[in-house]
Design a protein. Structure first.
Length: 557
């Protein structure tokens, strides 16, 4: 048989897992004589007309023309003491993902790819508003073309051209390794063996060493310990604790055009929601009077894409696959994202702590127990004569189609102060970005400075304050950034400032940029007493659409 280029999808079974244990129900696996010791499964799945056939009201004869049948194949083979699964067609959906090594394909690609010939990158940035993105280039490029933030991003998939053409002509990988390779069927064991050899290397450290700053946790005992910590945190939130740093996010790049609703299952909830959000999950738990939570519930509870009647119409995930949180365990920082635990390199975490400890700190008045950013700013506007409030005083810089806020407060020490609640890391990211954008505008846009001066005059007229307008020179004046201090002020409970890990990363990046622009930079922790007896029920800011599941006749189920 001649050797042709064949696309292969290869997965590595976890050590000690046998092929029969790695399959979903209903798959008939048998011995395959073509390769010694190999096993094979061949079948079709489907056997129904597509869902849209009912919408079009097709006849039986018409439905037969669009009948869904999909063929699949699975080959299991053993080489170098490890089992591999090679899938064809839709064979991968018949595999149990929990029985395979995570990031196997990604590790192979990192070790084998030509660092200047990358074609695609799947990146996930854990945050309250977790960002998942896929970037592709029209030709091979180095990693700089993909705008990867090496301090915040987790690489979930990578594709490109390998350095060794005998290994493959194309490689792509996440959990599975996808490769184009010239071979015949009897060469499959050699292809798997070569992939295993590549998996064991550490060549990636030459060009991709930053991936170890946030490293995938694989030790089963440590994962079990971390899951217990996650369960305890979630149980505390169910009991009314602040959900600080804990939220839900889709574990994949999902299709927003599907427009599916969300239903939480595993505890008899019948409510559906317009989007995935922690407040919706909590409401579903409260509705069923769930008051306790343990590590097993991380996998028993699940998220389902459903239609308006609450029927499954898409994908589903275990709650732990959607949960995003940070945890400090035994002196190390861990992040749960996409169902996987990641350990932050100790040196990296230490650098961030040192940076924050050395950052200049500024004092601002404490907040009251019931105050958010808006209430805090409003109170200070009426009571602090040394702080001029520019909150919600919007201007439109030159060439912009949107408006911006110069800052929340300005004082006569030339402090430009930006304030946010520590309610979520996404709000903090917005705070840090707001400071950078405003600072750039002040330097380059004299016309915008005139608009800011106009807003300062408006406030002075309202409050009777004086001598603030000349702090910001107009279009004809000279703006010297070195004379100003940008203050990031965060309202949070506790006497000592504490920010989520990725917020610290973002803050450091923002401070570096402000320093490069010539500004001084500082941080202020606005202390706020903890509220007492407030149960964490549905967020007032949530736009969840909550309703009971109804059947097609409009009756409540």
């Amino acid at each position: 048989m001649t050797e042709n280029i064949q696309k292969l999808s290869i997965r590595l079974l976890k050590d000690g897992i046998e092929p029969d244990d790695a399959l979903r129900e209903g798959v008939d696996l048998r011995d395959w004589q073509r390769i010694e010791g190999a096993k094979i499964a061949l079948d079709t799945m489907g056997g129904t007309p597509p869902k849209w056939a009912g919408f079009l009201n097709l006849s039986d004869d018409e439905k037969k023309k669009v009948w869904n049948n999909t063929a699949y194949g699975l080959v299991f083979l053993n080489t170098s003491g490890r089992w591999f699964a090679v899938s064809f067609g839709m064979g991968h959906v018949k595999l149990d993902p929990a029985k395979f090594e995570q990031d196997f394909g990604l590790r192979v690609v990192l070790n084998s790819v030509d660092e200047a010939q990358l074609k695609s990158a799947d990146v996930r940035t854990p945050d309250e508003n977790t960002l998942s993105r896929r970037s592709q280039t029209s030709r091979g490029s180095d990693q700089s073309a993909f705008a990867i933030d090496v301090e915040r991003d987790i690489i979930r998939g990578l594709a490109g051209t390998p350095k060794e053409k005998d290994f493959a002509t194309r490689v792509a990988g996440s959990d599975a390794l996808s490769m184009d390779r010239r071979l015949k069927v009897t060469d499959l064991p050699k292809a798997c063996d070569d992939a295993l050899t590549m998996y064991a290397k550490d060549d990636y450290k030459q060009h991709f060493n930053w991936v170890d700053q946030i490293k995938h946790v694989r030790q089963a005992d440590l994962i079990k310990k971390l899951d217990k910590v996650a369960a305890l945190k979630l149980e505390a939130v169910i009991g009314g604790a602040d959900p600080d740093g804990l939220h839900l996010a889709f574990p994949i790049i999902y299709d927003p055009e599907k427009g599916a609703s969300i239903r939480y299952k595993g505890f008899r909830s019948k409510l559906i929601f317009s989007d995935l959000d922690l407040s919706g999950y909590l409401n579903a738990l409260y509705d069923q009077e769930v008051t306790s939570f343990d590590a097993d519930d991380l996998k028993k509870h699940s998220v389902h894409e459903v239609d308006e009647y609450g029927n499954d119409c898409g994908k589903s995930w275990k709650i732990n696959e959607c949960l995003v949180l940070e945890a400090e365990v035994d002196g190390h920082t861990y992040v749960l994202s996409g169902g996987r635990w990641y350990q932050v390199a100790h040196d990296f975490a230490t650098q961030l702590v040192k940076f924050f400890d050395n950052l200049k700190k500024e004092e601002l008045p404490d907040a009251l127990p019931d105050e958010n950013e808006e209430k805090y700013n409003s109170r200070l506007k009426a009571s602090e004569v040394d702080l001029l409030c520019l909150d919600r005083r919007l201007i439109k810089p030159t060439g912009w189609v949107t408006t911006m806020e110069a800052c929340d407060f300005l004082d006569k020490k030339s402090r430009i102060i930006h304030v946010k609640d520590k309610t979520s890391s996404s709000r903090l990211s917005h705070l840090f970005n707001q400071g950078i954008v405003s600072s750039r505008v002040l330097i380059v846009d004299g016309a915008a400075r005139d608009l800011i001066r106009g807003k300062i005059n408006e406030v002075q007229t309202e409050t009777g304050q004086t001598d603030f307008v000349d702090i910001i020179p107009g279009d004809g004046g000279s703006f010297q950034s070195r004379n100003y201090t940008i203050v990031y002020a965060v309202i949070g409970t506790g006497n000592e400032p504490k920010l989520p890990f990725f917020s610290l990363v973002t803050l450091r990046q923002a401070i570096r940029e402000l320093t490069a622009l010539g500004y001084q930079a500082a941080f202020s922790w606005i202390k706020k007493p903890a509220s007492v007896g407030v149960k964490a029920v549905k967020s007032a800011d949530s736009e969840q659409d909550e309703k009971a599941v109804i059947d097609k006749d409009g009756e409540t189920i």
